[in-house]
Design a protein around this ligand. Sequence first.
Ligand SMILES: [Zn+2]
Length: 69
Amino acid sequence: MKARMCEHCKTEEAVYAMQYIASDEPSLYTLGSHIRGFPVIRVCPRCGAEQKYIDEQAKLFLALSGHQK
Ligand SMILES: [Zn+2]
C-alpha cells in the first residue's frame, strides 16, 4: 500500500488531515479520524506546523472546492 504523501512538500509522508470546519482556523486531525464531508489537505507534521504557509494554499483549495463562506 502506497503511503500518502504530504500535499505541500511532497516528500514527507502525510499523517495529518488539515480541515477548515467551522472557522478560518485550520484544525489538524490524524488521517482516518478526520471529519468526512469537508475538504481535506494532507500534510506531514512539519508542514502542519507551518500553518501560515499552508493557509494561503488552503484558501485557494477551499475556493476551488466551492467551500467559501
Ligand atoms: Zn510536508
